[in-house]
Ligand binder design. Structure first.
Ligand code: FUB
Length: 360
């Protein structure tokens, strides 16, 4: 009995010291990575952690709708449970380089009747003097849907609709107003974003990915109804093609869609940009219709410190800007990110000049 107890004790001590060693070496390598790369851009705010910045100009002022990162203590896993955000805060600035105002809680999970957990990347839009905040959250059965909340002010507080948007699913809504005043909502994200669990508009509860040599899962788009609260017509799958006109394949991790869909338009060209997830890049594809198809072009933003990469692109005062996040401020903690901005250049041939966030 005595021997058994001391063997168990020895095994436990060895196991826990190994686990500790792994953790310490992971932390040391993250620290080294952060120290080795000097950020070119400062965090827009540093009193809270913010991520997934969706930027818009409303009434000549720049508004940023980010996720509000917190340290919930939930361990990191592939399901992304460690992103356990509970409210939204809006940022605004009058001019680039000027003061950034954080406007307090715009919407809290307690005030979203259908939501269970995880307020992920939001976006906003305006119509007829009202402002709409679109957001993903897991419902009480742990399935991601998109919600919408309304305010008279771009900074909230927003009042959530009692139910998710009918026909919506998955994560990362972004809303684009086209020149004719129509609004389109883009969404979807694989892995923790659950897109792979939806088939023909139904939640299967099972991860179902294509084979590596089959077309990748596609981001989704729908037109918003006149009331901005519901979808007008069917949800469509967005085709992303390579230059020979073939669909990007599931095994093409450097180019396939993962999450963070965004659209902007220059002249007659629609630029559809997104994150490649496990290859950590923001890439883009172009087309001549807001619903696609889009042809893959290249990289907007190289990988940043932290696992996720998520952005938006907006024109303000005659210049284009990329809004993105990284984890330098938290010393590399993936779930504690800070939003930043950088000028973005469209080159004369229509391509985007790749941005790298660090000096090396
Ligand atoms: O912030 C939570 C999730 O991480 C977002 O919804 C994804 O796009 C990724 O940035």
């Amino acid at each position: 009995m005595k021997i058994t107890k001391s063997i168990i004790l020895a095994v436990l001590v060895t196991l826990s010291s190994n686990a500790c060693a792994v953790k310490q070496s992971e932390e040391a390598s993250t620290k080294k990575e952060v120290d080795n790369y000097k950020s070119k851009h400062a965090a827009l705010v540093d009193h809270i952690y913010t991520a997934d910045p969706s930027a818009h100009v409303f009434n000549d002022k720049l508004y940023i709708y980010p996720s509000h990162d917190i340290d919930s203590g939930i361990p990191t896993n592939d399901n992304a449970d460690h992103f356990a955000m509970r409210d939204y805060r809006v940022l605004s600035m009058e001019k680039v380089g000027g003061n950034v105002t954080e406007h307090g809680v715009a919407l809290s999970i307690e005030d979203i009747p259908w939501a269970g957990r995880q307020l992920w990347a939001p976006d906003a839009a305006t119509k007829n003097g009202k402002f709409y905040l679109y957001f993903p959250a897991k419902n009480k059965d742990d399935v991601f849907y998109l919600g919408v909340a309304i305010s008279d002010s771009p900074t909230g507080p927003f009042k959530a609709q009692p139910e998710p948007i009918k026909g919506s699913f998955s994560i990362d809504p972004s809303v684009y107003e086209d020149d004719d005043g129509s609004h389109y909502i883009y969404f979807g994200g694989i892995w923790g974003g659950q897109l792979q669990r939806w088939e023909n508009g139904k939640y299967t509860g099972k991860d179902n990915y294509p084979a590596d040599n089959e077309p990748a899962l596609r981001p989704r788009v729908a037109k918003l109804s006149d009331d901005m609260l519901s979808l007008d017509g069917d949800v469509k799958e967005i085709e992303i093609l390579d230059k020979s006109g073939s669909p990007i394949l599931h095994g093409d991790n450097d180019r396939r869609f993962f999450e963070a869909a965004w659209i902007h338009k220059v002249g007659a060209t629609y630029y559809f940009s997104y994150s490649t997830g496990d290859t950590h890049k923001i890439v883009y594809a172009t087309g001549d219709n807001p619903m696609g198809p889009f042809t893959y072009q290249g990289v907007v933003l190289n990988p940043v410190i932290g696992w996720t990469n998520h952005h938006s692109i907006t024109e303000f005062d005659g210049k284009w800007y990329l809004f993105y996040h990284d984890s330098t401020l938290s010393g590399g903690k993936t779930h504690l990110r800070s939003v930043k901005m950088a000028e973005l250049e469209h080159l004369p041939d229509g391509t985007i000049k790749t941005i790298d966030a660090y000096e090396q």
